[in-house]
Write a protein that binds this ligand. Structure first.
Ligand code: PEP
Length: 629
């Protein structure tokens, strides 16, 4: 069989379909050995028939095509049939899922490179590809692996694998199959995130150099890389946002814009973490990226389903529901719309006798729902004091993932504090923002400038700005809308004055602040929005304190109002904080209220020991909630 003309149009159309509409790929291409290992873990018989039944369960999952654009099959599966006699590739195509095939023959020890592997399978590939195409496959995947060690991966290993990837990609395009090029930097090891970033960049640059030299049409391929992660046994495990930042920047440096899509492998990450990381990339960067960022997960989609199935026919429906749910979460993540409510939907559909309040408690215990501790330093501190305060907080900080700490220093000190926070999980926030991305607005600070400083949070509508600087609800709404559109996480402050409270106008005031402040905010932005209830009479005030019960009642009211504005189901996931003279002695009383998701702190955030004591109250409360879950 000789070479034939590449049909670029068909390749491009297929590649674009594989990453369209928020969809992604499902990798069910485990080799027989790998599949058997996973079956052994759950005592499932390791037979060809059991593997067929499991793949049939997956393909038959109702609604799978809502989130999955393509499925990668293994050589054994593409030759197998569904119960009704339809071959797998045909059954997938019939439900609008593009069938694909893994075509490499595995990573083998590399001669003269101890500990490194090179992927085999080029011999006879042209014939195999033609057969797969004839069976209905429209894309083909090849995986190369790289291990980070003291002196690995070597140039020799990277180059050999990159060349093989490029040769397979060329042959795939010739056969009319979109190559899904998978260079995987493995997670195993104690290497840092920085090391993974450096190796991933080196690998991708070499791979694209080889793809170019083998004349592979970049518009007709998909890249399947690893996310940039710290090694599985590295002491420092960066936050979801830090992983997202590192991954996106690494890809921007190494992946040409002509490539239509990047679909991440999950490589041993939990389903929730893989969704959260993909979501953070799309939530923050989507509008600025030349390619779609989607998923090609195996374990991260299948694991819960496999565990439920256990090889038992009676468990098929429950397993399919779990699979459908994970795929749906990943579709939301591709759109930047994944959040605790999406994650909790599956659990919520199970009967829940105690009604919606228990339901909210369950959501609060999901890994994604956070307690927030936000420090607003206002116009206090000098540059040196800001540096010292940030340093003392970083030194004393050891909060788990489900506690988010944000420091909001004055504008001029954002860079100083950012540098102090580098490498810690503490986030940087600003106290205000201008409602335009750029323009002739002397002295103002735009959302773009904040993002440029790695500042991800912003307080909008603080009562001091409302009452001392005359900010209206309409102006606040413009700030909220512009900041959210830019990808900032907005903390919108609302609250009544003492006079308004005593005049019985609290509800009307909050109603106006929320309905005007949130006008035209769409529910999908909610994962980047929090409300801080700050009764003006309780801020920096030794005489008037809101009681935890008062704060709780008003939080219920706020949640109800937000429900009326944006839809009831969204209000459940909204994080609502309390602010007003929070200090170490009362922090736990506020944080332990079911409706209170965090605290916004003024005065007490200026003393490292007081602030850290409040952080500890947040940690304590989340631990209590998790234990009682
Ligand atoms: C604030 O100004 O946002 C605030 C809550 O201040 P304090 O904690 O000092 O009352």
């Amino acid at each position: 069989m000789g070479p034939r003309q590449v049909n670029t149009q068909i390749l491009e159309a297929t590649a674009n379909m594989m990453v369209a509409d928020g969809k992604g790929l499902l990798a069910i291409d485990e080799s027989t050995g790998t599949c058997n290992k996973r079956f052994a873990k759950w005592d499932i018989p390791q037979t060809a028939e059991a593997r067929r039944q499991y793949r049939e369960l997956i393909v038959n999952t109702p609604g799978l095509n809502e989130s999955i654009s393509g499925a990668i099959l293994y050589n054994e599966t593409i030759r197998q049939k569904m119960d009704d006699g339809t071959p797998f590739a045909k059954a997938l195509a019939a439900i609008g899922i593009i069938p694909g095939i893994k075509v490499d023959l595995g990573a083998k020890e590399m001669a003269a490179f101890p500990g490194e592997r090179v992927t085999e399978g080029l011999d006879g590939l042209r014939v195999r590809l033609a057969e797969y195409a004839q069976m209905g496959a429209r894309f083909a995947k090849w995986r190369a692996v790289f291990t980070i060690g003291d002196s690995t991966p070597s140039c020799g290993c990277i180059e050999a694998n990159a060349q093989a990837l490029a040769r397979y990609a060329g042959l795939s395009q010739e056969a009319g199959l979109v190559p899904v090029v998978e260079p995987e930097v493995l997670m195993e090891g104690d290497h840092t995130l920085e090391a993974c970033s450096e190796v991933t960049e080196r690998v991708l640059i070499t791979v694209f150099r080889e793809l170019h030299s083998q004349r592979v049409k970049l518009e007709g391929m998909i890249l399947k890389p690893n996310m940039v992660l710290p090694g599985a046994t590295c002491n420092r495990q960066e936050s979801v946002e830090e992983v997202a930042d590192a991954t996106v920047h690494c890809l921007l440096r190494s992946v040409p814009a002509a490539v239509p899509g990047v679909v991440f492998l999950s490589g041993g990450q939990s389903g929730e973490l893989a969704s959260a990381r993909l979501n953070a990339m799309n939530g923050c960067y989507k509008s600025r990226l030349p390619w779609q960022l989607s998923f090609s997960f195996g374990r991260a989609i299948q694991e819960p389903a496999l565990e439920i199935w256990h090889g038992e026919p009676a468990n098929v429906v429950a397993a399919q529901e779990a699979l459908y749910h994970r795929a749906k979460c990943d579709r939301a993540a591709h759109r930047g719309e994944y959040n605790a409510a999406v994650e909790a939907e599956h659990k919520k559909s199970e009967p829940d006798e105690a009604g919606s309040r228990v339901c909210r408690k369950v959501q609060m215990k999901s890994k994604i729902r956070q307690k927030f501790i936000v420090g607003n330093w206002k116009m206090h501190t000098t540059s040196l004091e800001a540096q010292q305060l940030a340093q003392a907080i970083v030194n004393g900080f050891a909060a788990p993932d489900h506690v988010t700490v944000v420091l909001c220093p004055p504008f001029p000190y954002l860079p100083v504090v950012r540098d102090m926070l580098r490498g810690s999980r503490i986030k940087l926030g600003a106290q205000n923002v201008y409602p335009e991305a750029k323009g002739a607005f002397t002295g103002e600070v735009s959302p773009t400038m904040l993002l440029d400083l790695n500042c991800r949070y912003v307080i909008v509508g603080h009562s001091e700005r409302r009452h001392k600087l005359g900010e209206s609800d309409a102006l606040i709404n413009r700030k909220v809308t512009c900041a959210l559109a830019s990808g900032l996480h907005v903390i919108l402050c609302v609250g009544e004055t003492l006079e308004q409270r005593q005049g019985g106008r609290t509800e009307a005031v909050l109603d106006h602040q929320l309905s005007t402040g949130l006008a035209e905010v769409t529910p999908e932005r909610l994962s980047h929005l929090s409300i801080a209830y700050e009764p003006v009479w309780a801020i920096g005030n030794d005489e008037h304190h809101a009681t935890p019960q008062q704060a709780h009642n008003t939080h219920v009211l706020i949640r109800k109002k937000v429900g009326q504005i944006l839809g009831a189901k969204w209000s459940e996931e909204l994080a609502v904080f309390y602010g007003g003279s929070v200090e170490p002695s009362n922090a736990l009383a506020f944080l332990s209220q079911d409706e209170i998701d965090g605290v916004l702190i003024g005065g007490a955030s200026l003393k490292a020991d007081e602030f850290l004591a409040i952080v500890n109250a947040g940690i304590h409360e989340t631990e209590v909630e998790i234990q009682s879950a």
